[in-house]
Design a protein around this ligand. Structure first.
Ligand code: GLN
Length: 312
């Protein structure tokens, strides 16, 4: 009946229950502060969204509030690079877990400037480099790609965070110059870093992120548009690397406890793919020692347990 408030679905009630549990936990973790503009975010925000394959998105808490996607952007970048480069991409970046922090530099010297995987910073910088070389305007191509996937034209870069990342990006610059010295960066380092910082600085909500990556839970086909975004083989490959490397040096523990391919970002977002079911995105800015959201981990773990979502 018109005017009658919509009753929350069972899934929404479950999300609300899990959100409430999370909010009652003792506070732990710290907001990322190595990018100054990220440190000014309200740390108490918390939201969760689930995009199901029927196109419905269920939400609780701050699931519609845009946040800095940070390394969650590495999933979109990788998808674009796989589409453009095909198997040549895997000559420039590998698919092994690193066992190191996300911004570590030590392995790169031993391994001749070839990053372990596309989800550590070095790997995402190589991916950004391929986008800069293959698109006349890689930043607008990136924004359009994400907007189309999310079916939301209101997705923008956060200029404050973008400038802050650029002026505090010495470690990422070190990674890029080291790789350039090995011949694994083709464009000018400044242009590659500009793209990398830009994609990290995009703001999206949990609902946007969950909806945009639904194709990964559906063998490459975007459920709400029916469009084949990537081949079934590439959807499989992206999920495999998410599972082994998406949560940085906590990927093993996340597989052990939760059993889902996932990607985190230092903005506090975590996205987890549930093949043949949908995509979960949880967000809360306080991070643990690995750079993963404390409450985001908690909420996804609880939801996966309660619904038996593990792929194993
Ligand atoms: N922009 C961040 C950086 O480059 C992304 C890192 C992250 O989210 N883990 O350090």
């Amino acid at each position: 009946m018109e005017g009658t408030p919509k009753r929350p679905s069972n899934q929404e009630l479950l999300l609300q229950e899990i959100l409430q549990e999370a909010l009652e936990l003792p506070l732990s973790g710290e907001v990322a502060n190595y990018i100054p503009a990220l440190a000014s975010v309200n740390p108490n925000q918390c939201g969760i969204a689930v995009a199901n394959l029927d196109g419905e998105v269920h939400m609780a808490g701050d699931a519609n509030v845009p946040f800095s996607i940070q390394s969650v952007s590495k999933v979109y970048g990788l998808t674009m690079a796989m589409l453009r480069m095909g198997d040549d991409l895997w000559r420039r970046v590998h698919m092994e877990p690193s066992g190191q922090a996300f911004n570590s530099i030590v392995q790169l010297e031993w391994e001749h400037g070839i990053p372990r995987n596309p989800f550590i910073n070095a790997g995402a910088i190589v991916v950004a480099d391929t986008l800069v070389s293959h698109y006349s305007s890689s930043k607008s191509a990136f924004t359009s790609f994400v907007r189309n996937l999310a079916d939301n034209q209101d997705i923008y870069v956060n200029q404050g965070i973008f400038q802050s990342e650029k002026s505090h990006g010495n470690r990422n610059a070190a990674l890029a110059y080291l790789m350039k010295s090995f011949g694994n960066i083709e464009a000018e380092v400044e242009d590659t870093l500009d793209h990398y910082f830009f994609q990290c600085s995009i703001d999206m909500s949990c609902a946007d992120v969950a909806r945009s990556l639904s194709f990964l839970a559906n063998r490459g086909v975007q459920p709400h548009s029916g469009e084949q975004i990537v081949t079934r083989r590439d959807a499989h490959r992206i999920n495999a690397i998410l599972q082994t490397s998406g949560m940085y040096d906590q990927s093993g523990e996340f597989a052990f406890e939760v059993g889902l391919p996932a990607k985190s970002g230092v903005g506090g977002g975590i996205v987890a793919i549930v093949p043949n079911y949908g995509v979960i995105c949880a967000w809360s800015p306080r991070l643990n020692q690995y750079g993963n959201s404390c409450l985001g981990m908690y909420m996804i773990t609880r939801l996966a347990e309660k619904l038996g979502l593990s792929v194993y």
